[in-house]
Write a protein that binds this ligand. Structure first.
Ligand code: C2E
Ligand code: MG
Ligand code: MG
Length: 431
């Protein structure tokens, strides 16, 4: 760490990740390698809460500047989001140098940050590893160092230097899956809530809980990538338990809802026939003291059709504990009428692909109209998802659709924002 001038500034996450990839040339065993260090401020949220976001930003700026002060000219410092920083310790690097670098960084980060008259104590922890020894690809190295950092936090150490170990072939999915497991332990998931409004009077009928994962390195991972991956592995079980508990807890904390407003939670295809799912759901209802009829379990038409007989049994069981059942993404799964009749369904959600086209396609209008009539015949109410335009809403209302959900009314919102949103509506009515 004795080289000339420090690099001029802290780079963005994108630039840092790009650089990391560029450093990873196909190296032979005797070539010099580089190191990666992740440094995390452990209580950014507390700082934001106690002193305000600008104080939080000032602390992050100060950490970035101090990191720049400790590194060599060719090293790179990046702010990866939240309280997380990455330092690429350029080649040549070995374990001894990496450990020295980490110690220097942590020493430099010990003093409090002074903001005017105020002095804010900061606490950072770190983990580091060497490219090739600790990960055969940059992504694998990142995942390994990241899980090392989680361990540091879990075990309240100040830093960890990864131990070399053999790596097999690492796929992206594999790397991500390991991160999913760590993310459950570290509560990295959140739920967003999207309001559902009755189309006749715009009263709030309920909210759909949608899973969000803001991974510190991979940024936002969409549920459409995450869920199928988790389904390939037992991770889907704890993830589902977490989702039902978080949704029911947050729902139980909302005030100002009408008594029949519901929270909708998506249930993955694989869990529909999982033996423990009834316990997971009824335990969560009991813990958070939510009346079962206020929970709408959304199951996609496709997942029901992938195993029709088992799904019928599962849906009956769910209905027996008092939960309501919705058939999601309807129109994409080719259910037969006879099949629908055998299911005690409460709600049908028209897939957003039909909703999007309904104003300019006569054929889709006929389908949507038929779906609405069919659902009503079977005693279900109908939700249209993905409503973005006023003209779509008007048409669907004319067709007798009961409830709407979509960007026109609101994007999915965080739990805090949904509370504000709800209280901004006059008596729960959107005008
Ligand atoms: P979904 O259950 O059909 O959820 C509706 C999706 O449509 C959500 O995407 C929502 O953000 C999006 N959306 C809502 N309004 C509009 C609109 O006006 N226009 C457009 N273009 N899109 C709109 P998201 O959140 O990305 O979720 C995608 C899918 O991932 C969900 O589709 C659901 O199948 C699955 N998913 C989400 N959360 C969970 C979960 O907790 N568990 C399980 N098993 N699956 C989940
Ligand atoms: Mg859904
Ligand atoms: Mg849907």
């Amino acid at each position: 760490m004795t080289d000339a001038d420090p690099p001029p500034s802290v780079c963005s996450r994108e630039a840092f990740l790009r650089n990391l990839q560029e450093h990873a040339t196909p190296a032979t065993a005797d070539q010099a390698t580089f190191g990666l260090v992740l440094v995390k401020l452990s209580h950014l949220r507390d700082i934001n809460n106690a002193f305000g976001f600008s104080a939080g930003d000032d602390c992050l700026n100060s950490i970035g500047r101090r990191l720049l002060d400790t590194v060599r000219a060719h090293d790179l410092v990046g702010h990866l989001g939240g309280g997380l920083f990455g330092v690429l310790v350029a080649e040549p690097c070995d374990e001894a140098l990496l450990e020295l670098a980490i110690n220097r960084m942590l020493d430099e980060l010990k003093p409090s940050v002074t903001l005017g008259e105020r002095s804010i104590a900061i606490a950072c922890r770190a983990a580091g590893g060497l490219y090739r020894d600790h990960g055969p690809t940059p992504d694998a190295l990142l995942a390994a160092v990241e899980s090392g950092l989680h361990r540091v936090f879990r075990e309240a150490q100040s830093y960890a230097l990864l131990k070399p170990r053999g790596y097999g072939r690492v796929t992206d999915d594999f790397t991500l899956l390991r991160a999913v497991e760590a993310a459950i332990d570290n509560s990295e998931f959140t739920l967003n809530y999207q309001p559902q409004l009755r189309l006749d009077d715009h009263r709030v009928a309920g909210f759909e809980a949608l899973l969000r994962w803001d991974h510190p390195v991979y940024a936002r991972v969409s549920p459409e990538r995450l869920i199928p991956l988790a389904e390939k592995n037992d991770v889907i079980v704890p993830l589902t338990r977490w989702t039902f508990n978080a949704a029911l807890r947050q729902f139980s904390e909302l005030t100002g809802l009408s008594d029949d407003a519901k929270v909708s939670v998506n249930l993955s295809a694989q869990l529909l026939t999982h033996l423990g799912i009834l316990d997971i759901i009824s335990d969560a209802l009991a813990i958070w003291n939510v009346a079962p009829h206020r929970l709408m379990v959304e199951i996609t038409e496709t997942s029901m059709m992938s195993n029709p007989e088992a799904s019928i049994a599962a849906v009956h069981n769910l209905r027996e504990i008092g939960a309501r059942i919705s058939i999601d993404d309807f129109g994409t799964g080719y259910s037969s009428l006879a099949y629908l009749e055998r299911l005690p369904l409460d709600e049908l959600k028209i897939d957003k692909s039909f909703v999007r086209r309904v104003t300019d396609n006569e054929h889709d209008q006929k389908i949507v109209r038929a779906i609405i009539d069919l659902a009503h015949t079977f005693g279900m109410h109908v939700v249209a998802e993905g409503i973005e335009e006023v003209s779509t809403e008007s048409l669907l209302r004319r067709f007798g659709c009961d409830v709407g959900q979509g960007y026109l009314f609101s994007r999915p919102l965080s739990a805090e924002m949904i509370d504000h949103w709800l209280h901004a509506q006059p008596a729960g009515v959107v005008v």
